[in-house]
Design a protein around this ligand. Structure first.
Ligand code: FNR
Length: 185
């Protein structure tokens, strides 16, 4: 059985560490998983007044991409001990209209990335809290807080040591099993 995973990167910058880890996680995942990155940088702020027949096309496109996926993967930096605003906006946009949330029931994985020692722990916790209300069953264990993230990558942007590579591989193997056990098909 194979599963489509929609990937959300919390950072918008070109040289993002989070984006590099997202790519590495896709490379290290079992072949049963395929990955598509969903871009969130150009979504207008969510405004319920604008959510009608003339709603921004980008909102509809976001919701469609999530509904078409079997699972969702979040790879995000921590901004001021929480998640970046662009990611929160995407979570909000795709949670509406009320009762039609695109996230509903999609198995999820949270990976936080930071050059600091705490690995984006605060962002990961906030994200788990939000995902609970939009009804994403998030894999509890293993947790993936990638601290010192800049030092664990080589100049080619891939992980430069076996311990980290093995850990990320384990996380993705567990995630594949989590999707199989908790997905809707
Ligand atoms: C940060 N950074 C940061 N790091 C951290 O570990 N905890 C934090 O609370 C914050 N807060 C924060 C706020 C803002 C506005 C910025 C721009 C940055 C530093 C952050 O981890 C670092 O810039 C990462 O490189 C960002 O991830 P990407 O863009 O490399 O994926």
């Amino acid at each position: 059985e194979s599963f489509k995973v929609a990937v959300f990167v919390g950072s918008l910058r070109k040289d993002s560490l989070s984006r590099k880890y997202a790519a590495e996680l896709a490379r290290l995942a079992p072949p049963s998983l395929s990955f598509t990155t969903v871009e969130i940088g150009n979504l207008p702020y969510y405004d319920p007044d604008a959510d009608n027949e003339t709603a921004p096309k980008s909102w509809q496109h976001l919701r469609r991409q999530i509904k078409d996926a079997d699972a969702v993967l979040f790879v995000t930096p921590e901004y001021n001990r929480s998640i970046p605003a662009a990611l929160k906006n995407a979570l909000d946009v795709a949670s509406r209209p009320y009762g039609q949330g695109a996230w509903n029931g999609k198995p999820g994985l949270v990976v936080s990335v930071s050059p600091g020692g705490m690995g984006g722990y605060g962002a990961a916790q906030h994200l788990r809290q939000i995902l609970s209300v939009v009804n994403v069953p998030v894999m509890a264990q293993p947790e993936a807080y990638i601290g010192n993230a800049d030092k664990l990558l080589g100049s080619d942007g891939t992980v430069n040591n076996d311990a980290t590579r093995k850990f990320l591989e384990l996380v993705m193997t567990k995630f594949a099993a989590w999707i199989a056990a908790n997905g809707s098909r």
